[in-house]
Design a protein around this ligand. Structure first.
Ligand code: ADP
Length: 644
């Protein structure tokens, strides 16, 4: 809708006002409004301005001056009742746009008014145009900054280095309206800058792929850490076969170090870049440096993670990692195969839901203090795995499983062989022993002969002990002592200890017995339990010097029987303690002539395990040794009634 032009009249004389309105203005299409009095005039000018204002000298000179000053774009025309050239000039000098007089004919008057109105309209158009131009430039800057912020966020969030680099270059070209952009990163090894990403709006392609940093503009930017703007017009050769008209290079700085250069170019266009463009580019370079650093760290981390994952997945041992709620965090191929599982159905699930192997589940249910022991599990296909459980802070638990089927098999074959051989040796040995005893009866022996016979007997005795130890071990390991009864361990202990009285007296050793009345009964094999106690006590006597002290303690704790045999003897070197339960192992700190087979503790351990118990040793060299056995207690109500 075109707004009609309105002319305001501040004319005192009605005739003049009428003439102007009816004969000149209205026929020319102007709307006319008459204003009476200064108050009405001021009020009118507070709203939108008329196209022109015509006043006569009824308006106070002071008001006239302030109108001209306050409304520079409002054309104010003065109506002079009497045409007088000095007066006309004076009015123009006062700043009126035009001066009408009673002498003017209608055409002249209209022309003057039209000119004034036209002038105002020109002003207004120019003014609006300028306003728009400024607003547009401001809007563009705001848009640029918003875009920069958006791109910054996007690239900071990206962890793929190549992606980050090409996003940065593309953003640089778009933000600065450049023809071309590229990003070069410093290769520390070669000392060259290497092109990592490029983007061009037109057909051209960046040819620089590798630039030495010395004696080049890029190198200078990198060294000085200062941006460079070249520009506008003349073609400049910055590299062989690389001519540009304008460019900006900004350094990419990480911490204190330059890591590369971001550049934009105009090759065809003569348009130069401004400091504003440089500012945008520098901001982008800051974002880029952070994003590159993040991406570097991430890539390095990811590579390490992958490497570790590949190793863990491909080792032949089973590896299982659980979180603190025993949900599966990692399960490797060997484990998946052993339990017949698929990875996607395992991850994140509680182990009990996924793995049905009860050996493993029971082991995991033990208290963490027992995890250290690990244990064996039997798989459905008959294989036996040795499991080690390692708590990992802030993660949970790592379970490593090693296939020991072949070792178990070897052990079984060896035990069978030893049992068979021992059995076959027993009869000839008994015969030898029998005949050595008969020798003296069939004729007198001299002293040396008696001495030799004694030695033969001692040796045969040694071999017999060894053989019966081996046979016992074979029986226990083969599970031939499965029959168990409810046993009150207290009388059993006392009975066993009594049989050592002579040995204790011989070595003048003191035995301290502390058997708590609360000592609970256990399910067990009385012969084997006695053998277990006897082996430990005889060791304590054997490995404690004359006059030393040793003891036995028994009590109840957490529904378990705790049994300790301690001494103040030679002790066991720390490095050898893990091996003393192995067959035939004897510690290195014993004098050469100490009698023994190295089978006693192996038998003890087998008995303990056959009774679902645990045994461990604590020992300080030269100070003494304590063996602790924990056996599950039987219910008190199950105690056998004393014979009637
Ligand atoms: P051995 O017949 O040699 O006593 P064992 O199996 O009973 O065989 O013990 C294995 C080894 O453990 C011994 O040779 C000895 O080195 C060490 N040992 C066992 N008990 C004690 C103890 N009470 N004090 C010191 N060392 C011991």
């Amino acid at each position: 809708m075109v707004r009609s032009r309105r002319i305001a009249l501040f004319i005192e004389d009605d005739n003049v006002a009428n003439r102007l309105a009816v004969h000149i203005l209205q026929p020319a299409g102007y709307q006319v409004e008459r204003l009476n009095g200064e108050a009405e005039l001021q009020a009118r000018l507070q709203n939108d301005l008329p196209s022109a204002l015509i006043v006569d000298d009824s308006l106070a000179p002071k008001t006239m001056r302030s109108l001209i000053k306050d409304f520079p774009t409002l054309p104010i025309v003065f109506y002079l009742k009497k045409a007088h050239s000095d007066a006309i000039i004076q009015r123009y000098q006062d700043g009126f746009q035009a001066v009408l007089t009673d002498q003017d004919d209608q055409v002249q008057a209209l022309l003057a008014i039209n000119r004034a109105v036209q002038r105002q309209e020109d002003w207004q158009r120019w003014f609006q145009f300028e306003q728009k131009r400024h607003a547009q430039s401001l809007e563009k800057r705001v848009a640029d900054l918003e875009r920069l912020h958006r791109i910054g966020g996007k690239i900071s969030a990206s962890l793929n280095l190549d992606h980050v680099l090409s996003e940065v270059v593309m953003a640089a070209v778009e933000l600065t309206d450049a023809e071309e952009g590229n990003l070069m990163l410093l290769d520390k090894e070669s000392g060259n800058l290497i092109l990592r990403a490029a983007h061009s709006v037109g057909e051209q392609k960046t040819h620089i792929l590798r630039v030495p940093i010395y004696d080049t503009l890029l190198g200078e930017v990198l060294r000085t850490q200062k941006a460079v703007i070249l520009g506008g017009g003349e073609l400049t050769k910055i590299q062989t076969a690389f001519l540009v008209r304008a460019l900006i290079y900004v350094p990419l700085i990480m911490g204190e170090q330059s890591i590369g250069v971001l550049g934009i170019y105009n090759r065809e266009r003569e348009q130069a870049f401004s400091e504003y463009h440089q500012m945008l580019l520098e901001a982008l370079a800051d974002y880029a440096a952070i994003a590159i650093q993040n991406a570097h760290y991430y890539t390095a981390n990811e590579r390490e993670r992958q490497k570790l994952h590949t190793i863990l997945t491909n080792v032949r041992d089973g590896v299982l990692v659980l979180d603190e709620e025993q949900r599966i965090l990692l399960i490797n191929a060997a484990c998946l195969q052993a339990f017949g599982l698929q990875e996607q159905y395992c991850l994140g699930k509680p182990i009990e839901q996924v793995i049905s192997n009860q050996d493993l589940i029971l082991m995991l249910k033990q208290s963490p203090s027992q995890w250290i022991k690990g244990g064996e599990i039997r798989l459905e296909d008959g294989r036996i795995w040795n499991c080690q459980l390692t708590p990992i802070a802030d993660v949970g638990l790592a379970v490593t499983m090693h296939d020991i089927t072949h070792l178990k098999e070897l052990d079984r074959v060896k035990s069978e062989f030893v049992s068979a051989v021992s059995h076959d040796l027993r009869s000839p040995l008994t015969a030898i022993l029998g005949y050595t005893e008969l020798i003296g009866r069939v004729g007198p022996l001299n002293e040396r002969q008696q001495e030799f016979v004694k030695r033969v007997q001692a040796s045969v005795q040694g071999i017999t002990t060894l053989i019966s130890d081996l046979l016992d071990l074979g029986r226990i390991e083969a599970g031939l002592d499965a029959r168990k009864e409810l046993i009150d361990i207290r009388p059993l202990l006392r009975q066993s200890l009594e049989s050592f009285t002579n040995f204790l007296n011989e070595k003048a050793q003191q035995l301290v017995v502390e058997i708590s009345p609360s000592t609970p009964p256990v399910w067990g094999n009385p012969v084997r339990l006695q053998q277990m106690i006897a082996n430990l006590v005889s060791n304590a006597i054997k490995y404690t010097p004359k006059g030393g002290k040793l003891g036995v303690r028994a009590w109840q704790e957490d529904g378990q029987l705790i049994l300790q045999v301690w001494d103040t003897g030679v002790g066991i070197p720390p490095a050898e303690q893990p091996y003393i339960f192995d067959k035939f192992y004897r510690a290195s700190n014993l004098p050469d002539d100490t009698s023994g087979t190295g089978l006693g503790l192996t038998i003890v351990k087998s008995i303990v395990e056959d009774h679902q118990g645990r045994i461990w040793v604590e020992s300080t060299l030269g100070q003494g040794t304590t063996f602790t056995i924990v056996l599950p207690a039987a219910e008190l109500g199950e105690l056998p009634k004393p014979p009637a």
